[in-house]
Design a protein around this ligand. Sequence first.
Ligand SMILES: Nc1ncnc2c1ncn2[C@@H]1O[C@H](COP(=O)(O)OP(=O)(O)OP(=O)(O)O)[C@@H](O)[C@H]1O
Length: 243
Amino acid sequence: MSEKINTYSLENVSKVIDDGGQRSILNNISLNISEGEFLGLRGKSGAGKSTLLNILGCIDNISSGKIYFEGKDISRYTKKEKILFIRKIGLIFQHFYLIEHFNVFENIALPLRLCGEKKAEIEKKVNLSLENVGLEPDKLRQLPKTLSGGEKQRVAIARAIVKSPKVILADEPTGSLDSENESIILDLLQKIHSDRQGVTVILVSHNPNVIEICSKVIELADGEIVQPFPNFADGGIVESIQK
Ligand SMILES: Nc1ncnc2c1ncn2[C@@H]1O[C@H](COP(=O)(O)OP(=O)(O)OP(=O)(O)O)[C@@H](O)[C@H]1O
């Protein structure tokens, strides 16, 4: 039987920044993230959650250690491999990061256009993504400034899933929303995870209500993984919360 390859495998990942002096913001992080996992990263403000998520998305780089994606060391990627990797990742942020002068259709279509997809294919996928996040087609020609916060985040999620990514990285996806929209977005993330077989979701939040939807949780404190519960899986690194 062939051994299952982890989506991510981190070995002693550290990040040091220079903000007037050398400061370690991630310290010897080692963990495995399996395909299809719904992983939460929690911890207080400044714990290093966003830094770790950005590293997983190749938005930020590491000072030392190794990161393997589907078994391959990402520091050894060729330019072409890096582009292919980026296509497998869908990003969702607290502040949506929609392009304000693009309408909803253009925002969702952007990742596909960057991949050089054909017009008819783009049209089909954008419509499907919009439907998947529960927005009506009449929203497609609207600019982001005419949408509510919850609708903006749904558009951002539609943009994140339009390429059928293998990994979704969500950084405080409900951090700018009221409790009603928070619950809509959390339901949506759960639905995306259960409908899309094999998709790995990694969600960062300091909010316990948000983290509750994850099936595994890692807590970070001062750039290190802390182990808040007595029973550990994965060599003592990853805490599994049985729901
Ligand atoms: N580029 C940078 N330059 C200077 N300091 C940075 C940089 N990136 C992160 N930091 C610092 O690293 C630490 C971890 O930041 P990070 O944003 O990862 O934490 P976090 O757990 O996501 O916090 P929050 O919940 O407030 O977003 C903080 O002290 C932050 O100020």
